[in-house]
Design a protein around this ligand. Structure first.
Ligand code: NAD
Length: 344
């Protein structure tokens, strides 16, 4: 069987100050009534955009929530329809981007997204939505934003904890792409570069959070990692974050950060090509390199500290084994419980 590589049409603008080009991009799209979606953390950028749009601003919505709850989308949809919006601009992390995708899915509105974290959702055709605590995920090229604006100045406000966990979230996209069954020469190249730059730039950013050059490099790596996520199927690592996150309502990026080294230790002996690339990237033991970065987090670094009950772990393992995502290492409930115990 041939491998398939499919790229999505997307116009990407990047560079310090790129956010100031958003009005021009909206002009290109022929937008007349703009809905601006932004979390509190992006209020200043949203205010700035609203000022630049003048009469073209149709409405603002400032309450996107993590995991895209459908009741929040319904509220935002009412605002969009009431204001006659014809384009949505989202400024924020994966939560704001998720709401933008959910609105586009329901209205067909074009999207311009301005990410402020390293989650990568802005370049994927994937949307996860929650309804009554149950998260369902769908994939459709129509969900992928048509315009993405990477302005590293908007990442300067990320606190150190979010910087670290969000960067490890990006690294996880790259690592899983390296052992994905549908990896291609293109995703291998993207993933290797993304991992190299995340691992190199993150310590610089943590040492000097206001340093724009390292922030820019980290954001560019997150873009490449997002492209990996868009193009390959995810494995055990993303499955664990989905199942644990859904079961216990856990924070997205923190969960990625604490699990990644454990899943790498579990999978890499069964993924020699990925292990080889990551050993070259880290110049040593990739598991130790990622574990050291995860350990430096000042928030919870274990599943136990996040509030996951230890006696819930075998049930999580059973659920994962019952319907596994594609993974290089075959899954066995006892071995998987041992992995979760180690993360606990
Ligand atoms: P988030 O968007 O929920 O943001 C986390 C917190 O950080 C929020 O309080 C936010 O206001 C704040 N924040 C964001 N940017 C900031 C900045 N620059 N400065 C200061 N504070 C800032 O978190 P996230 O990790 O970016 O996104 C998580 C969500 O995205 C989850 O719902 C996840 O499922 C989804 N996601 C989806 C995909 C996909 O492809 N569909 C990929 C990755 C993540």
């Amino acid at each position: 069987m041939a491998t398939v590589h499919e790229t999505l049409p997307c116009r990407v603008l990047s560079g310090p100050g790129a956010r100031h080009d958003v009005p021009g991009e909206l002009e290109r799209l022929g937008a007349r009534r703009v809905l601006v979606v932004a979390t509190g953390s992006a209020r200043a950028a949203a205010d700035e955009l609203a000022g630049a749009l003048g009469g073209r601003l149709a409405a603002r919505f400032d309450r996107p929530a993590v995991h895209t709850p459908v009741h929040v989308t319904a509220e935002a949809l009412e605002v969009a329809r009431g204001a006659g919006a014809d384009v949505v601009v989202a400024i924020g992390g994966g939560s704001a981007v998720g709401l933008s995708k959910a609105l586009a899915a329901r209205t067909g509105m074009p999207q311009v997204v301005v990410p402020t974290t390293y989650a990568g959702s802005e370049v994927t055709p994937v949307l996860g939505e929650t309804d009554n605590g149950v998260k369902t995920t769908r994939r459709d090229p129509a969900l992928a934003p048509g315009t993405v604006v990477y302005d590293p100045e908007l990442t300067l406000s990320m606190p150190p904890g979010l910087t670290r966990t969000s960067a490890l979230n990006a690294l996880a996209h790259a690592v899983e792409a390296l052992w994905a069954p549908d990896a291609t020469a293109a995703t291998d190249a993207l993933a290797t570069e993304a991992a190299t730059v995340v691992l190199d730039a993150l310590p610089h950013v943590l040492a000097d959070p206001a340093g724009l050059p390292a922030r820019s490099r980290l954001q560019q790596a997150a873009w490449l990692a997002g492209l990996c996520l868009a193009q390959t199927r995810t494995g055990l690592h993303h499955q664990l974050t989905h199942v644990l996150g859904g079961a216990y309502g856990l924070p997205h990026a923190e969960l990625h950060a604490m699990l990644l080294a454990h899943v790498m230790a579990f999978n890499l002996p069964f993924a020699p090509a990925a292990a080889d690339r990551l050993s070259k990237v880290t110049g040593g033991d990739p598991v130790a390199a990622v574990a050291a970065l995860a350990r430096g987090y000042e928030g919870p670094t274990t599943l136990g500290a996040l509030g996951v009950p230890r006696d819930g772990l075998p049930g999580i393992a059973e659920r994962v084994v019952a319907a596994p995502y594609p993974n290089p290492r075959p899954l066995d409930p006892a071995e998987l419980t041992a992995l979760l115990e180690a993360a606990w």
